[in-house]
Design a protein around this ligand. Structure first.
Ligand code: XMP
Length: 430
């Protein structure tokens, strides 16, 4: 690591991430570490320039106030402490220090250099990956989502054809999504890409399955089986690339931070398929992952795409999936995305998609009564997906979308706009 680092020691504050972000935004790399890190562990981190001991409301664990290792105070690094009575430090703050205070700590006290940027990050990681992997091969499940795409591009830069990407098309991808993965990675980046069209296999397993959780289980389970079969066909793979990012690690919980969700690696791969993990994005926040993708030359549509659930269109083709409704869903979703992009809404709305329920409504087409599917438009804004508000879309735009969908997708004869917040609704319908 060539870049200077500020270490935040987590002593039960909920603000660790905010401070880490703030320091990185000032151009200095920062990492959060557990309060009981030893001096040796600290020294093993390259280029540490200073320490922030960050106390807070979760400092009492099992009735006892936790503290940092006392030897930390004597290890020679500049230290500031927040909400905590330290044995010895350069400065203490009862509350979050101001930006000016943080700047002064970074640049005056620690003499840190503002050298945290994506170009340096990529250079560092390329070296680290090459050192870890040597002349061995790395396998990566490339879904086409932001994280797996950026990891793929970074690994390609570091080890080229020693990376084997496997893209499983489960038949529940959006229009042209799998095609663009092949186009970008195989044709433009010259990746070693195995493309598996498993559409028939997934849709076969999903036939007549209406329960949402059952559908999710089938899609997730089948995905692992297909990936495993491909992995077994390949020879001499020692490593598995993963798009783990910093929030995945933070949300798994430290000793004081509550576990939000368990970070599971390749949940479900069989025991005899043992790989060492390569996780070069593990220290990046989501927007840094996107910036890394841009720096690596990935197209904006891929790097800035909206969140898309793992089970894909499977949970938007409500009830038991049929090919006809899936097609209507894929086409209506493509029209919605096209019109949102034309109106600039793709840059502002967090997530937007169509849903096709499994019943038919009465309509009139070519002067005759006809039955058709209904298409629901959902467009929401949120920070963390735990709560969501609806986007107030201009009626002219909505009407244009409805006209296009009913004209271009013959099996749909009604378009409705969903206006329910989360809670009480969820973002997805299943
Ligand atoms: P809900 O519907 O729970 O969605 O309000 C919150 C966010 O999570 C996404 N989502 C999923 N993502 N697998 C995923 O990878 C899933 O099974 C799944 N279900 C919901 C959803 O798209 C939204 O962004």
């Amino acid at each position: 690591m060539k870049q200077d680092m500020i270490v935040i020691l987590d002593l039960g504050s909920t603000e660790n991430t905010t401070i880490a972000r703030q320091i990185r935004d000032l151009g200095v790399y920062s990492e959060i570490h557990p309060h009981d890190i030893t001096v040796d562990e600290l020294k093993a981190l390259d280029n540490v320039k200073g320490i922030i001991i960050n106390g807070g409301e979760n400092r009492i664990v099992d009735g006892v106030a936790i503290d940092v290792n006392p030897a930390i105070y004597d290890c020679g690094y500049p230290i500031i402490a927040i909400d905590h009575e330290p044995a010895k430090c350069d400065k203490k703050y009862a509350d979050m220090p101001s930006e000016a205070d943080i700047k002064s700590f970074l640049f005056d006290t620690c003499k840190a250099e503002a050298n945290w940027n994506m170009k340096n990050f990529i250079d560092d990681q390329v070296e680290i990956i090459r050192r870890q992997v040597g002349d061995k091969k790395v396998l990566l499940a490339l879904s086409g989502g932001v994280d797996s795409s950026v990891v793929a591009a970074l690994l390609i830069k570091a080890i080229g054809k020693q990376l084997v990407c496997v893209h499983v098309n489960h038949g529940l991808m959006r229009k042209n999504e799998s095609e663009s993965v092949v186009e970008i990675f195989r044709n433009k980046l010259d990746a070693n890409l195995v493309y598996v069209d498993a559409t028939d296999r997934f849709l076969g397993k999903l036939e007549n399955v209406a329960d949402p959780e059952q559908k999710r289980k089938i899609i997730g389970g089948e995905f692992i089986r297909v990936f495993e079969e491909e992995a077994r066909k390949l020879e001499g793979i020692d490593f598995l690339g993963q798009g783990t990012i910093y929030p995945d690690i933070i949300e798994s919980g430290t000793k004081t931070a509550k576990c939000v969700k368990s970070h599971h690696n390749v949940g479900g791969l069989p025991e005899d398929l043992q790989f060492e993990l390569v996780e070069p994005l593990a220290q990046l926040f989501k927007d840094e992952v996107r910036a890394c993708g841009v720096e690596l030359g990935l197209p904006a549509e891929m790097v800035y795409r909206q969140p898309f659930p793992g089970p894909g269109l499977g949970v938007r083709c409500l009830g038991a999936i049929t090919r006809e409704r899936l097609e209507a869903l894929r086409e209506s979703d493509a029209i919605l995305r096209d019109e949102f992009a034309k109106a600039g809404l793709d840059k502002t709305v967090w997530q937007y998609f169509t849903v096709v329920p499994d019943f038919k409504a009465v309509g009139v087409r070519d002067n005759a009564r006809s039955m058709g599917y209904m298409c629901v438009i959902r467009a929401v804004n949120t920070i963390d997906a735990m709560t969501a508000t609806i986007e107030r879309i201009d009626y002219d735009i909505l009407e244009k979308i409805a006209d296009r969908i009913t004209a271009e997708v013959p099996s749909i004869n009604r378009v409705v706009y969903e206006i329910t917040k989360k809670p009480v609704a969820t973002i997805e319908f299943e």
